[in-house]
Design a protein around this ligand. Structure first.
Ligand code: PA5
Length: 450
C-alpha cells in the first residue's frame, strides 16, 4: 500500500469511470517523457530523479554548514522569492513547533528563521532590521537567476548590516549564496568576495527546487532531519512509478483535476484542517499556478485553512458560483493530543464531548465539511497522510511536483516556464529606469567548488 492515499469517491459522481481510463495512455507517455527528459542536463526535469541522485558532496556540505550556522547564529535570514522561498518556508513551518520563532533558544535548540526578499515594503524590512540587529545572524541568499530585484535589494541591505556588525571578513563567512550551478550575478559575487555557495542544478527550476540546497540548507539549520525528507521523496518516486492509473494516486490526482476542469470546475481549493499547512499551501499554489496558468488555460489554485475559512469563504464555497472543487489534506494521526474534560457546571453544554480528543472533533469537522460541500455541488478529493513528519513532507513535495508536471502536460501547457512573471518585472524595471536588465548570463563555473 502507498504511503499516502487519494480518495476521490466524492468527486467520482461528477464524471464517468471511463473518463479516467481514457487518460491512462496519455499519462503513461507523459511519465515516460519526464523520465527521459530528467537525464537532460540542460532540460527542466532534473527534479524527477533528484531524491536518489543527490550530489553527495554537496549534501554533506549542506549538513556541515548548517551545523556551523546553528552554532554561531541566533537567526538565519533566508532571502529569496517564489520558488526560491516558498518550499523552504513550507517545510520549516510544517515540521517545527507552531510558534517556533517565539520559543526560547533553549527550547528551540536552533536559530530562528526569518524571511526577506518577498516584498518591497520598507516597513517590513525596517521592522526586520529592528528585530535582528542585536542578534547574531547569518544570511542565505537564494536566487537561481541572481536577478530577482526583491532578493537583490534584501541582500544589499542585510549584507551592509552584517558588515557593520562583524566587519568585512566575518560578514563574508556568514553569507551563503544558493544559486545556479554556473550562471548568474550571484556566482560572480561569490567568486570575487569568497562567499560560500550551494548550487542549484541547471535542470531544476525554482518551484521544483525545494529538495535541492534551496530548501535543504535552511531546513537543516532549523533542525529538520533532511535525510528523512529525501527518504520520503525517494519513496514517493518509487511508489509513484506504477503505470496503472487505478493504482497510482499521482496519475489519479492529475487526471481528476483535468476531468473536473473540463466540466467547468476551474478553481481548486487546497484545504487543510492543520494550520501548519499554511505555507505548504502557498508553495502548492505557486507550483500549480506558475506551471499551469498560461496560454489562457489552467485551474486557478487557491487555498483555505479550516476551521477559520469555514467562517469566511465557507459561505461562498457552499453556495457561490459552482465552478469549484476542493482537495483536502487529511492528517491521520495528530502530532499532539488534547482531550476534552468534564466540567461540573457545564455552562457551555459541551460535556457531551467529554473524553473526546480535539483531533477526533477536528476529524468530524472535516467529514462534516466534505459532506456539506459535496451536497453543495463541490466535488472533493482527499489526500490522506499518516502524519506530519520530514518523511511525509518529502513525499508530498514529490507527489505534487510529479502530479503537477503530468497535469500540466494533460492540459497542454509547458509546466517549466513562467513567461507571465516577466511582464511585471519589465514594467517595473522600466519605471525604475534600470539601464539594462541584470545579466543572467555571467558564466562563472569556478565559483562553485563542490
Ligand atoms: O518557480 C520559479 O521559477 C520562480 O518562482 C522563481 O523561483 C522566482 O521567480 C525567483 O527566481 P530566482 O530564484 O531566479 O530569484
Amino acid at each position: 500500500m502507498d504511503y499516502i492515499t487519494l480518495d476521490y469517491s466524492n468527486a467520482a459522481p461528477f464524471f464517468g469511470n471511463f473518463e479516467m481510463g481514457f487518460l491512462q495512455d496519455i499519462i503513461n507517455s507523459i511519465h515516460t517523457k519526464l523520465l527521459k527528459d530528467s537525464d537532460d542536463e540542460k532540460g527542466s526535469a532534473g527534479w524527477v530523479q533528484l531524491p536518489e541522485q543527490y550530489n553527495n558532496k554537496e549534501y554533506e556540505k549542506i549538513k556541515l554548514e548548517a551545523a556551523s550556522v546553528r552554532e554561531n547564529s541566533d537567526v538565519l535570514l533566508v532571502i529569496g522569492i517564489g520558488g526560491s522561498y516558498l518550499g523552504t518556508r513550507a517545510g520549516i513551518e510544517l515540521l517545527n513547533h507552531s510558534f517556533q520563532n517565539c520559543l526560547t533558544q533553549e527550547t528551540r535548540l536552533a536559530p530562528q528563521v526569518f524571511y526577506v526578499g518577498t516584498n518591497l515594503s520598507s516597513t517590513y524590512i525596517s521592522d526586520l532590521i529592528d528585530l535582528i540587529k542585536d542578534k547574531d545572524f547569518s544570511i542565505n541568499v537564494v536566487s537561481k537567476s541572481g536577478s530577482s530585484l526583491e532578493t537583490a535589494i534584501g541582500f544589499r541591505i542585510f549584507k551592509k548590516l552584517l558588515i557593520e556588525k562583524y566587519g568585512e571578513e566575518e560578514a563574508k563567512s556568514r553569507i551563503y549564496l544558493t544559486t545556479d550551478n554556473q550562471k548568474g550575478t550571484l556566482n560572480a559575487a561569490a567568486m570575487e568576495e569568497g562567499y560560500k555557495t550551494f548550487g542549484i542544478p541547471e535542470n531544476i527550476g525554482g518551484r521544483f527546487s525545494v529538495l535541492t540546497s534551496v530548501g535543504l540548507f535552511p531546513m537543516a539549520v532549523s533542525g529538520i532531519c533532511i535525510d528523512q525528507v529525501l527518504e520520503g521523496a525517494n519513496t514517493a518516486k518509487m511508489e509513484l512509478d506504477v503505470r496503472d492509473i487505478y493504482r497510482n494516486p499521482a496519475y489519479q490526482y492529475a487526471a481528476v483535476r483535468n476531468i473536473l476542469y473540463n466540466k467547468g470546475k476551474t478553481i481548486e481549493i487546497l484545504a487543510s484542517f492543520e494550520p501548519k499547512f499554511h505555507y505548504f499551501s502557498e508553495w502548492w499554489k505557486q507550483l500549480f499556478a506558475e506551471s499551469e496558468g498560461k496560454d489562457g488555460l489552467g485551474i486557478f489554485p487557491t487555498a483555505a485553512m479550516y476551521s477559520t475559512d469555514l467562517h469566511s469563504i465557507g459561505q461562498y464555497i457552499q453556495e457561490g458560483r459552482r465552478d469549484l472543487f476542493e482537495t483536502i489534506i487529511q492528517i491521520e494521526k495528530s502530532e499532539k493530543e488534547l482531550a476534552m474534560e468534564t466540567e461540573v457546571k457545564n455552562h457551555d453544554g459541551l460535556n457531551y464531548l467529554s473524553g473526546k480528543t480535539i483531533s477526533f472533533i477536528n476529524e468530524k469537522a472535516l467529514q462534516g465539511t466534505m459532506e456539506a460541500h459535496m451536497k453543495g455541488d463541490v466535488p472533493n478529493l482527499v489526500i490522506k497522510v499518516p502524519e506530519i513528519c520530514p518523511f511525509s513532507f518529502g513525499y508530498l513535495v514529490y507527489f505534487f511536483q510529479f502530479s503537477c508536471a503530468i497535469s500540466s502536460h494533460i492540459l497542454g501547457v509547458n509546466p517549466f516556464n513562467q513567461p507571465g512573471v516577466e511582464a511585471y518585472k519589465k514594467s517595473m524595471y522600466s519605471l525604475l529606469g534600470q539601464p539594462q536588465k541584470l545579466s543572467e548570463s555571467i558564466v562563472n563555473p569556478k565559483a562553485i567548488t563542490y
